[in-house]
Design a protein. Structure first.
Length: 720
């Protein structure tokens, strides 16, 4: 099926009412080259379902699938595509469960009007959780179709086979009937009393095979459509007045000068003030003339003092894990080691800033938004604007990266509120400065660890304290008889952090793994043991042992006591159901403190791997993104004012930083349930690089990012 993107854009631009856009045309456009169509269900029919049914994963397989008369399989999923690959991996599983060609599958993603419910695309849950529901739906649909074919062909089920969506007599292949003929493109009203099992891994044709991402060509050529690309007749751009700090309140505003500019419309809804124009640059110019006065409430904290601030903040403690007796562990230890680790705020910094286009039609609104949680955005609009859920529809085009930052969608709420007053289509697109200011940052945090080890190299004490982040990734992992993990969080109703904080790719696990794996390396160095062997000697988890051994073998690692001068470091952990370990080699310039990664190896036990190429891409992305938080990314701020507002003050990894070689080892576990691949490897990057720096020059860096200045400070301490 050919896809003429320009023609679809032309049709959309000349349509008077976005609710009247032909859905086939609209979804072709927004699907960005994935052949996108819609099922026989229409949005009003789906919205007629009781709210409780719309906010849980559907049990009716029809909610996931429609099989057209020509054999096309329409797959409606609440997941969105932001570069992580479900637009490819989900069809692989559908094709295998239904026995249809993967080319016949059309994906409709992230449309609250016609897609099966999903809470949001995060936590590496698409494959390890959502795909199970989808596979179950396909298995039941396949069983129903076999039953229908059996009746039509007058052949028992046992004598039927399926290939490419055609059911045929195993003894007479010419006696056959297609899925499309059986369904006539209509909803199937037959169900299996006994739900069939999904296929065994030995029956797969597509799952386990490396496949190019279905959206790759469109994104490389620039044809892929993102939210900011969508255009409506009469559309205007809104530029929103932002306060100078997250901790101040608007007192007064004067926008009289802005209103003098031709074509400008000013909208105010409480503290939300926006200037509108059909040209974004004119709206931006008008916004600069708006005068506003704010309160001066600020917290006396900045990026330098934030760690002391967090340690002293009122907090309640929660015991996350407890084993044995800490006092007994301390008595057994020959060596006690204490460390304190710091990690500053990190921005999401996606390529695509937040954007949303809102169009009202009477009491209904349709929103195109860059959202990781379209159903969550729908809920929030309905709640905040006191609307019926049936009157809110969210459509999610491709996202240009999210990493947890687009779980939050303030731009959607802004666009909807402004458009309701303006009575015209309103596009809100964040500038890069707004993207930084409006971000929900990765938590700054402090981790304190006290451990004890015997002269034989056994860890007998582990006392881990986590401040004002979260426990993910704080699990002990190692076989320690006396261990305790304590988390500290805010005690009062007001937030502790001066900046908005939220999920950032494997939330909190990056900081916690950095601290744990750095501290384990410190113990190994103190007792003079190779750090890889020290880990193996203290592991009892066979999955983790196999992952570490596979990593060691792939790296061709030779044991040595650190610091060996080679610049090799490793870290391990578990995340999203996956056991992971990373080993990296770096060069450290002793004069400048600059760190250059040379080679990295990722080893993972992730159960069944659906698309090995996709997994490798994710692992390489984790290595690259992980270098940023480990080496350079740090939000400068003062009180509630975000000083880092662009890439001139917030340093992302450069192409020149990327290791020449990144290898990925995926342990063969196709007979086990699939787990997450999008986040695990990134949790190890801080610890692996910190340990590699130590191995290269003997400098131990306790704060991320490990900037050249901090590395030099560590080198100077080694010489004392």
């Amino acid at each position: 099926m050919k896809r003429n993107i320009k023609e679809q854009r032309r049709r959309l631009a000349t349509t008077k009412n976005p609710f009247e856009v032909k859905r086939r045309d609209f979804f072709k456009l927004l699907g960005g080259g994935v052949v996108v169509y819609m099922s026989t269900h229409n949005p009003s029919e789906l919205m007629a379902l009781p709210l409780a049914q719309r906010r849980e994963v559907p049990k009716d397989y029809n909610a996931f699938l429609t099989i057209k008369e020509d054999g096309e399989v329409i797959c409606h999923v609440g997941k969105i595509e932001m570069g992580q690959g479900p637009i490819t991996s989900l069809p692989q599983q559908v094709a295998d469960e239904l026995d249809v060609p993967i080319e016949s599958i059309t994906m409709v993603m992230g449309d609250t009007g016609i897609c099966s419910y999903d809470a949001g695309t995060w936590g590496s849950l698409t494959t390890r959780e959502y795909s199970h529901y989808l596979r179950d739906a396909c298995a039941e649909a396949r069983a129903v179709l076999i039953e229908m074919a059996s009746e039509y062909l007058d052949i028992s089920n046992e004598n039927l086979k399926i290939k490419d969506g055609v059911v045929f007599d195993s003894s007479n292949p010419d006696k056959k009937v297609s899925y499309g003929w059986l369904t006539k493109g209509e909803r199937l009203e037959r169900y299996m009393d006994e739900k069939p099992s999904v296929k065994d891994h030995t029956q797969f044709n597509y799952v386990g095979q490396s496949m190019l991402h279905a959206d790759a060509r469109l994104k490389v050529t620039g044809e892929a459509v993102y939210t900011a690309d969508v255009k409506m007749p009469g559309q205007v751009y809104a530029k929103v007045l932002r306060p100078p700090s997250h901790l101040v309140q608007l007192i007064s505003v004067d926008y009289s000068e802005a209103e003098k500019i031709e074509g400008i419309q000013v909208v105010r809804d409480g503290d939300l003030v926006a200037v509108l124009h059909e040209l974004p640059e004119v709206a931006e110019r008008a916004l600069a003339t708006v005068k506003a006065e704010y309160t001066a409430d600020e917290k006396q904290v900045d990026d330098k003092s934030v760690f002391e601030y967090l340690l002293n903040a009122p907090a309640k403690s929660r015991e996350v894990e407890s084993l044995g007796n800490l006092e007994e562990g301390e008595n057994q230890a020959e060596l006690i080691i204490e460390s304190e680790f710091h990690d500053g705020y990190k921005a999401h910094a996606p390529i695509e800033p937040h954007a949303a286009l809102a169009q009202w039609n009477g009491d209904k609104v349709i929103v195109w938004g860059s959202c990781q949680s379209p159903f969550g955005a729908q809920d929030q609009i309905a709640r905040e604007l006191e609307m019926e859920l049936e009157n809110v529809r969210i459509i999610t085009p491709f996202l240009g990266g999210g990493f947890g930052g687009k779980i939050y969608h303030p731009q959607v709420i802004e666009a909807v509120r402004i458009a309701r007053i303006a009575q015209k289509p309103v596009m809100v697109t964040y500038t890069r400065e707004e993207e930084f200011y409006m971000d929900f940052f990765r938590n700054a945090t402090v981790v304190k660890i006290k451990s004890g080890v015997t002269k034989e190299g056994k860890i007998v004490l582990w006392d881990f304290h986590q401040y004002h982040a979260g426990p993910r990734g704080s699990d002990t992992i190692y076989n320690v008889p006396h261990a305790k993990i304590t988390q500290y969080s805010n005690q009062s109703g007001s937030p502790v952090h001066p900046l908005p904080v939220g999920a950032w790719r494997a939330p909190h696990a990056n900081s916690n793994t950095f601290a744990r794996e750095s501290h384990v390396d410190i113990m190994a160095a103190k007792i003079g043991v190779d750090p890889v062997q020290f880990r193996l000697d203290n592991l009892s988890d066979q999955k983790m042992i196999h992952v570490v051994e596979a990593l060691r073998d792939k790296f061709d690692y030779t044991p040595a006591q650190g610091p060996s001068g080679r610049g090799i470091g490793m870290a391990l952990g578990t995340d999203a159901g996956t056991w992971v370990a990373v080993m990296i080699e770096v060069k450290v310039d002793n004069k400048t403190g600059e760190v250059q990664p040379i080679r990295a190896v990722v080893s993972q036990d992730m159960g069944m791997c659906v698309n090995p190429q996709g997994t490798i891409i994710q692992a390489e992305g984790c290595v690259t993104m992980g270098m940023g938080y480990a080496l350079s990314e740090d939000i400068e701020f003062k009180g509630g004012d975000v000083i880092s507002r662009n890439f001139d003050t917030y340093q992302l990894p450069l192409f020149s930083w990327v290791p020449e070689v990144i290898d990925t080892v995926i342990l063969d576990r196709q007979d086990q349930p699939p787990q997450g691949a999008g986040e695990p490897a990134i949790i190890c990057m801080g610890g692996a690089i910190a340990n590699a720096i130590f191995d290269a020059c003997g400098a131990r860096v306790y704060q991320m990012p490990m900037t050249p200045k901090r590395v030099l400070e560590g080198i100077k301490k080694v010489g004392k």
